[in-house]
Design a protein around this ligand. Structure first.
Ligand SMILES: Cc1cc2nc3c(=O)[nH]c(=O)nc-3n(C[C@H](O)[C@H](O)[C@H](O)COP(=O)(O)OP(=O)(O)OC[C@H]3O[C@@H](n4cnc5c(N)ncnc54)[C@H](O)[C@@H]3O)c2cc1C
Length: 286
């Protein structure tokens, strides 16, 4: 199908972009177009004005230092995935990105676009939330930072105001003594996952001081669960089973055309044990 008719603007400054968005109640930012254009083609979205931000200067950066990783709104998934600095400073970003779609889509789609698109089946919103990251946005009221746990308010719904452009995402660096892991199950590599789980585990000697897991495709918003208590003793099969049950108690998997709720629950349990084990091993190497 073809999209309904729409107007198109390609501003050259952020101020012009904000003005164009604010001047039309039915406008939308166009970044990589890898989610918005298919939605428009299927007529599930019909914005009257597209504000293409691809002409804005200074938004394609990918930088990493001891504090964390900063990703500009025009950095493509492929740029972020190619960065050895990102992999070193916050390996979970790279691990998750390798599971985002196919190379052609990663060449055009932006990581910030994925984060603000707020799809609970997508990898990067969940990873941002699990790591306690944030997004910087600019709108008519100026610039502000939105913490990840205040960003996702409903299915495909973020807390950005209508005239706000997300300019940068921030992922904190992996602290010493911490480890990460990511696994997902999809029908084919590159498809949206039926369930995906990531974990961050921190250790001091033999003791787990913190264990958190993030879930995609099992709730209508990305979900993070604290599993520290379940892993407080030794990390053995019983503790992992306890953690998987504790996680499941906080998830509400649903049935859709891709998988039943029961199958999603099973995947969530199996993947929880796997990623906690792998993140724990990683933490002990760090
Ligand atoms: C076949 C296919 C498979 C895919 N598989 C996956 C997958 O497995 N996992 C996954 O995570 N994604 C997947 N995607 C989506 C892909 O990762 C997109 O790139 C991403 O979701 C959106 O980024 P974008 O830059 O293309 O955003 P766009 O499509 O341009 O925009 C998406 C939404 O975000 C808004 N937006 C974008 N950028 C900004 C900004 N800077 N400020 C404010 N609002 C903004 C837009 O207005 C729109 O509402 C897939 C896409 C396709 C077509």
């Amino acid at each position: 199908m073809k999209p309904t008719a729409f107007d198109y603007a390609r501003p050259e400054t952020l101020e012009e972009a904000v003005q164009a968005l604010g001047g039309h109640p039915d406008s939308k930012v166009l970044a990589g177009g890898q989610s918005l254009v298919p939605l428009m083609s299927m007529r599930l979205a019909a914005p009257a004005l597209l504000v293409d931000i691809n002409g804005l200067p200074g938004l394609d950066h990918v930088t990493a230092d001891e504090t964390g990783v900063r990703i500009g709104a025009l950095a493509r998934h492929a740029d972020v995935l190619a960065s050895a600095d990102v992999r070193r400073v916050q390996p979970l970003v790279s691990l998750a990105l390798a599971n985002v779609a196919h190379p052609t889509i990663r060449n055009r789609g932006t990581t910030v676009g994925s984060i603000v698109h707020a799809d609970a089946a997508a990898e990067m919103p969940m990873v941002l939330q699990l790591l306690g990251g944030s997004v910087d946005v600019v709108g008519s009221a100026g610039r502000r930072t939105i913490a990840a746990d205040e960003l996702y308010v409903g299915p495909l719904e973020s807390s950005l105001a209508h005239d706000e452009v997300a300019v940068e995402a921030f992922f904190p660096a992996l602290p010493a003594g911490s480890g990460v892991a990511f696994e997902e199950i999809s029908r084919r590599h590159g498809d949206y996952a039926m369930c995906g789980v990531a974990a961050v585990v921190a250790v001091e000697g033999d003791r787990v001081t913190s264990a958190r897991a993030g879930y995609l495709s099992v709730s209508d918003v990305p979900t993070v669960v604290d599993l520290t208590d379940a892993l407080a003793g030794s990390v053995d099969d019983a503790a992992l089973a306890r953690a998987a049950e504790a996680a499941l108690a906080q998830l509400e998997p649903e049935t859709d055309i891709h998988a039943s709720a029961a199958y999603r629950a099973h995947l969530a349990k199996v993947l929880t044990a796997r990623v906690l084990t792998a993140a724990h091993d990683h933490a002990r190497e760090e």
